[in-house]
Design a protein around this ligand. Structure first.
Ligand code: BDP
Length: 593
């Protein structure tokens, strides 16, 4: 799905700002048709943002169910004869949208965009009422999953992942125009042979019978380096300047839909020419071994929750750079597209993760001591949940496949992986991901419950991704034993002959808590813990990646193992460094020269 852009033939309007907002605890709005009139008893809410933390109201923070958003939109006068599209970059976790009285869109999944052609309802120069109802409930059919129970006090939401269930309109909302005959989608796949690069392109058009397609590839100084015509082809670039980690060189692919000499539609796509390959235990970018250094992150910040914010984004990238990090994982859901654009432009490598997390009831049972049902069964995550997951993967790949920064897909974090039911659930999802994108490796993030030899998904994965907490959840405070056991486990995984990325290792740390003898929770312990891990990684050749959990402290649901959220951040939630930041900076900056 193409992002809205301003071009010679297109215009866009960001509809962000203060909208009207009301929660709907009894679910009356859908029956009473709240979209038909101005929202009653509404208050102002910022878009984009999670609604949870912006008010001083527990009823809103802990709300379960529908929340209504409304605003008035004026269609630009000059858009007559154009196609008018409404687009939500994200509505978490599902939404229905109305233009005046007409339902125009319905979407499941909180982290990928959706849009609706509203030409028939949007008259140039006139206003319409835009209403969206956003539902934050997590069930066995959603990704991530959860359970909603009715209690005398109202619905109660439980979920199995370790970050707060923020909800709302987390990213921008757009109204944009395209010509009726248009470029509908673009796909590029790039290649490198010596000093020659290739861009294999495909253009999907709509309403364009009899029209031509012209493509021109320009370097960043505007020089034309290749051109072609037709809806598909291969462009060749001599003396190519590849995209590479640390150097986000981008070409501009200008695609035009033409009628003789007239340009009917025009769209520009930034293109980074690079290759990705797994060979033996190496992860190659442009044929050269790449080592992932960085973090698992979250979209999370005070007040705004998961709302996208350019200030925070640029600052986080500045901190990655300060640490010498070259990569991160979009744990545990697709991040805002602005983030991937930025990573493309700055040569930061990304592991793109689907919104699938908390698919492991044994893990929950293990911590709480409760006996849990099987994760994958007709009563729990079943075929319906699997279809939601498949759709989430389709939308993730459709949205992000043209980003050079994305080098690897993670289709799930810490799933149940040692049962036949899990294998049956995931095999088709691995196949689907590969079919949608044959150019990138695919994997899943393993949790310790499925050890080497027990993980039935490992056979489908191109890389081994491990989350391990030796010295934290296991052998707490005993780094010497942790070091031995961890190394032994890694050596087992290394026998698979695949690259290993340690996608999570970390220790909760209270900023400002110091201890002469490194005690868990102190800054000194986090330092010692990371150093122990690094010694282990440096002794196992197959380890090609280290992503610390987490970049920054983040909000979670309340519970006896969390004090004001998860404190495994190397930075605090307001992005101040703990002592560990300097350790990473020394190690990673040295490694990158
Ligand atoms: C892992 C999860 C991650 C958690 C982390 C932790 O992948 O989401 O936040 O553990 O416990 O199991 O800190």
């Amino acid at each position: 799905m193409l992002r809205p852009q301003d071009s010679a033939t297109r215009e866009r309007r960001r509809l962000d700002g203060l909208w009207r907002f009301a929660i709907d605890p009894s679910g009356a709005g859908r029956e009473q048709g709240w979209w038909r009139r101005p929202l009653a008893d509404a208050r102002d809410v910022p878009v984009p943002a999670s609604y949870n933390d912006v008010f001083a109201d527990p009823a809103i923070r802990d709300h379960v169910g529908d929340a209504w958003y409304q605003t008035t939109v004026r269609v630009p006068r000059g858009w007559g004869g154009q196609r008018v599209v409404l687009r939500f970059d994200a509505a978490t976790h599902r939404a229905v949208v109305w233009v005046d009285d007409v339902e125009v869109a319905r979407h499941e999944g909180g982290y990928t965009p959706f849009e609706a052609d509203v030409t028939a309802h949007a008259r140039p120069g006139e206003e319409f009422r835009l209403t969206a109802v956003v539902d934050n409930r997590l069930t066995w059919e959603s990704v991530p999953p959860g359970i909603v129970e009715d209690t005398p006090a109202g619905p109660r939401q439980t979920y199995f992942h370790d970050f707060f269930n923020y909800a709302g309109l987390h990213r921008s909302v757009w109204l944009y125009s395209t010509p009726p005959a248009r470029i509908d989608d673009l796909t590029v796949v790039t290649g490198l042979r010596g000093t020659t690069g290739t861009v294999d392109y495909r253009v999907d058009v709509a309403g364009a019978d009899g029209l031509g397609v012209r493509v021109v590839l320009r370097d960043d100084d505007g020089t034309e380096v290749a051109s072609g015509s037709g809806t598909a082809g291969i462009l060749t670039v001599e003396d190519v300047h590849p995209w590479r980690p640390g150097e986000g060189h981008l070409y501009d692919l200008r695609v035009e839909l033409t009628d003789g000499t007239d340009v009917v539609d025009s769209y520009s796509l930034p293109v980074g020419i690079r290759t990705v390959e797994v060979r033996g235990t190496q992860f190659l970018v442009n044929g050269e071994p790449f080592r992932f250094r960085g973090f698992g992150k979250h979209e999370d910040a005070p007040f705004r929750g998961k709302g996208h914010d350019d200030v925070l984004m640029v600052h986080d990238f500045a901190l990655l750079d300060w640490c010498g990090a070259n990569s991160f994982r979009t744990s545990h859901y697709p991040y805002a597209e602005e983030v991937l654009d930025y990573a493309d432009r700055h040569g930061i490598v990304v592991i793109g993760e689907a919104a699938a997390v908390g698919q492991n009831l044994a893990l929950i049972g293990g911590i709480s001591g409760r006996q849990m049902a099987p994760t994958f069964s007709p009563e729990t995550i079943s075929a319906a949940g699997q279809e939601t997951h498949a759709q989430a993967i389709r939308e993730l790949v459709a949205r992000d496949r043209n980003h050079p920064s994305v080098v690897l897909w993670s289709i799930t974090n810490e799933p149940e992986a040692d049962t036949e039911a899990a294998e049956e659930y995931f095999r088709p999802l691995f196949e689907l991901t590969r079919e949608l994108d044959p150019t990138r490796p695919v994997g899943h993030v393993n949790v310790f419950l499925a050890r080497h030899g027990e993980d039935r998904l490992a056979q489908y994965a191109d890389v081994v991704m491990l989350n391990r907490y030796y010295g934290w959840y296991a052998f707490t405070g005993d780094l010497a034993t942790a070091e031995t056991v961890w190394q032994a486990e890694l050596e087992q995984w290394a026998t698979d002959g695949k690259p290993i990325i340690v996608t999570e290792y970390g220790a909760d740390t209270v900023a400002g808590l110091h201890s002469v003898v490194p005690e868990p929770w102190s800054e000194e312990y986090q330092v010692a813990y990371l150093e122990m891990n690094h010694r282990v990684f440096d002794r196992v050749d197959a380890v090609v990646g280290e992503h610390v959990w987490n970049f920054a402290d983040f909000a979670t649901k309340s519970g006896i193992t969390r004090v004001d959220g998860n404190k495994k951040g190397v930075f605090t939630r307001d992005r101040r460094p703990k002592a560990a930041a300097a350790v990473l900076r020394r190690r990673w900056r040295e490694a990158s020269g």
